[in-house]
Structure formats: C-alpha cells, structure tokens
Design a binder for this molecule. Structure first.
Ligand SMILES: Cc1ncc(COP(=O)(O)O)c(C=O)c1O
Length: 324
C-alpha cells in the first residue's frame, strides 16, 4: 500500500466509523442471531487471494456489523464493557501505527514514561504513597493473576518463584468473586481447592466472622494463609467488601492482601461521591480496569502495587535483549 492509498483508506475508515456512531440508535442494540448461523457465515478457508480494503469493508458491513452488540447505542447501559470514549477509539488507530513496545525503555521511551505516569495517577487515586508502582495489563484477569503471584512470593519469603509451590497454603475470597481469581489460584500453584470460598451477608459482602472461622480451621490442621482477597465492586452486584477488616486480618496472619477493584475502581474518579472504597489503600495490590468504568476501549487493565519493589522481587529478570 502506498501513502496515498493509506491516506485515502484512513479517511474512508474515519468517515465510516463516524457514520456508524452517528446512526447507531437506528439499529437494534443486539441482534438475537443463533451461533450456528454465524459459525456457518464465517466458515471459510484461509484466504489465498489478495483483496482490496474496499472489498474487506464490504465484508465487514455484510458479516460483522449486523451481528455486533452495539455498545455505542444510547440504550446500552453496560459498565463492565463500556461505550468507548471517542478519543479512545482514535487512539487505538494511533497505537497501531506507533506500535511501541514498553518491554524496555529503548524500544519505547516516551511510551514507557507515559505508562509510569498513568500508573502514578492510578496510585494517587487509590491513595498510595511514592513507594507504589504497577503495570498496565491486558485486563482484570491478568492483573488478578499478578496479584496472586505477588501474594505467593511474598508469603513464601520469595522462595516460590525459584522452588515452585509446596503444599499447605490457602487463600480466601468471597463467593461473589470473579472467576479470574479461581484461575489465578490454579495458575500460581495454590490450587482451586485451596481457594476458600466464603459466604456473603445480606449486602453481598464477605462474612468476616466466617472468614475468621475458616482461617482458624485451616491453621488448626497446619495450613497457612497466603492471601486474603477483597472485592471492591463485585461483577454481579457491585458490592464492596469490608476492606478495613480484611486488611486487619491479613496483617494478623502476615499474608498478602489483594483487592479486586477491576470494575468498582471507576468510582475513584467520582468527585460527587468521594470515599466510596474505604480501605482500598490498605491493600498490598489492587486490580483496576480502565477498560471498564473509565470508558477506555479494550484492552486497558492495571495492577497497582503498594510497594513497587515487590514487583521486581517477584518478576524481575534481565535478559540481554531487554537491557538498554
Ligand atoms: C471484579 C472483576 N474482576 C476481574 C474481571 C476480569 O476482567 P477482564 O475481563 O478485563 O480480564 C472482571 C470482569 O468483568 C470483574 O468484574
């Protein structure tokens, strides 16, 4: 593609997206199409014949758009996957063009500085001090995985990242958790059966009395708490656990305290309702997803860590190709 073709295709695409956004309210928000119909529609061999972008656009109009859930529709009320901010839509275009890799400073200097700044902003929203750090991630699933790995490495005195997990560790979370926490418990070697699922009260918050009982029971048979997980905005109902009490318990047990604010973290932006997540700054690590209630397009997640050095202890490695 030469530059003139690129410019013309780009202008067409922006017009196409602007028309789509402007006319979205004339379409049904969701097309109740059967999966079998779409699997057949897309049942094609790997294409071996070059197509122009105009032809591809025809395919998009015929096969993709009619069967999208239109998150930009005025009737769409979702917060977990939001209507993306229009500036965010354009930024995705630019991101693809610049294609910066923030794996090392030398292959994306300004992008690296920007990531650190965004992490600092998120840490300020939480109320973390200047010892805090973090990373942008692909979403809450990855951030919760990182949170549980930080927990594992901290609670095992930084041995698990070298020797692997030994048996005898348990983590605790409410029954209203997101499934990513079960998968993270599996992936870091705690095991799903060692993730204790604690019932909730009438407000769908984890029951502190039952959590304490579960910990006592585990300790009485020689098991050790590796992590207490608090939910700051549950996926089903937006419930917020008593984070202050959870922190107290984690302190007493000398284990990690991770908070999943993937979706609820958005309320930190509210000037009208400040302080809706009391105790969030007490967590050792926090999951927040700007691609949820911050209205950024997918994928934009973040893991925030109260002590930045814990990230290096847990993940730090320096192969030659990542040095400057
Ligand atoms: C509370 C909570 N945690 C984690 C996740 C996982 O986030 P993602 O889909 O960005 O991986 C979700 C997604 O809905 C969530 O609601």
């Amino acid at each position: 593609m030469n530059y003139d073709e690129f410019r013309s295709a780009g202008h067409n695409l922006v017009d196409f997206i602007a028309d789509y956004l402007q006319n979205i309210s004339n379409k049904p928000l969701f097309n109740p199409v059967e999966p079998a119909f779409l699997y057949e529609l897309f049942d094609e061999k790997i294409p071996d014949d070059p197509k122009s972008l105009a032809e591809i656009q025809n395919v998009i109009e015929a096969k993709v758009l009619p069967y999208c859930t239109h998150v930009n529709h005025p009737g769409y009320m979702g917060l977990i996957t939001p209507s993306p901010n229009p500036a965010g839509i354009l930024s995705e275009f630019l991101v693809g063009a610049l294609n910066q890799n923030i794996g090392a400073y030398s292959i994306g200097p300004s992008a690296t500085a920007m990531e650190l700044r965004v992490i600092r902003w998120l840490n300020d929203l939480i109320g973390y001090d200047d010892k805090a750090g973090g990373n942008l991630t692909s979403g809450g699933m990855t951030s919760n995985f990182i949170g549980l790995k930080l927990a594992r490495d901290y609670s095992t005195d930084d041995s698990a990242q070298y020797d692997g997990m030994r048996e005898g560790w348990v983590a605790y979370v409410s029954e209203e958790r997101h499934v990513s926490l079960d998968k993270a418990a599996d992936a870091v070697g705690i095991g799903r059966n060692n993730l204790r699922i604690i019932p909730t009260n009438d407000n769908y918050q984890v029951r502190i009395d039952l959590l304490k009982e579960a910990i006592q029971k585990d300790k009485s048979v020689g098991l050790r708490p590796i992590c207490i997980i608090g939910l700051a905005g549950t996926t089903n109902l937006g419930a917020v656990d008593d984070l202050e009490s959870l922190h107290e318990i984690a302190q007493r047990e000398n284990c990690w305290f991770h908070a999943d604010a993937a979706y609820g973290g958005g309320v930190l932006l509210s000037k009208k309702y400040p302080g809706l997540l009391p105790g969030l700054a007490l967590a050792d690590s926090v999951t927040i997803d700007p691609h949820k209630w911050f209205y950024a397009p997918l994928d934009a997640g973040a893991i925030l860590v109260k002590e930045h050095r814990r990230l290096n202890m847990s993940f730090g490695m320096q192969p030659a190709y990542l040095t400057d």
